[in-house]
Ligand binder design. Sequence first.
Ligand code: PEP
Length: 257
Amino acid sequence: MNKTTRRTVIAGNWKMNKTPSEAEQLIGEILTAVSGKSTSGCEIVACVPYVDIDAAVKAAAGSVVKIGAENCHWAKSGAFTGEISADMLKACGVEYVIIGHSERRQYFGETDVTVNQRVKAALEAGLKVILCVGELLEQREQGITSEIVSLQTKIALMGINENQMSDIIIAYEPVWAIGTGKTATCEQADEVCGIIRNVIASLYSDKVAQATTIQYGGSMNAKNAKELLSMVNVDGGLIGGASLKAEDFAVIIEAAQ
Ligand code: PEP
């Protein structure tokens, strides 16, 4: 197993936080916090609310920070009030999009099938995808984490070919660890990221599995990032709360070098 075959990606998920002017400010603070430090060891992404995209893209232009969105619809256009298409995001300068976040699954009826449709639409539009999978607490307690995460991964990747896999990052996010302050242990994170890698190997090849970036997400912060990121199967982080504090986000970026 060799981590150097894949890129490390540190991505922030701002969720429903920050107005456009606050977004501009936070991107500026992140750039200040990482300036003069080495960032070549990881890719840095900020996934922001739709209304912040324009301000964030402008604030991050020409810098090391790439801008992502937090979701997209699967249709190209049409009667889907309140939704945003992947083409619209691409036209706004977005490079990444989070798909299948547990909050979308939990509060907005997202299913494995609609996650798959959204992944396909995003890739077709030329976006890179951060695909979220993860088990609920009761599923972990029932001992079915591996089955749940494997199934989520397999359904989300239905119809996705080997070449398209280079534009997909998978984020293992145990639902019980998101926004709760409860972090998976390094061993738990590494084990499930390894299970996901084996699923990718079975669907595609060992080469694709070894090249796929698999992040951990769930209360990753400035204190625990280094240890989590040192695990062989953990290739980065998807970070909620701590990505809203520039200094903390910068420490996590530093830990990924
Ligand atoms: C997330 O929203 O993807 C996340 C991991 O949140 P937090 O870091 O706050 O747990």
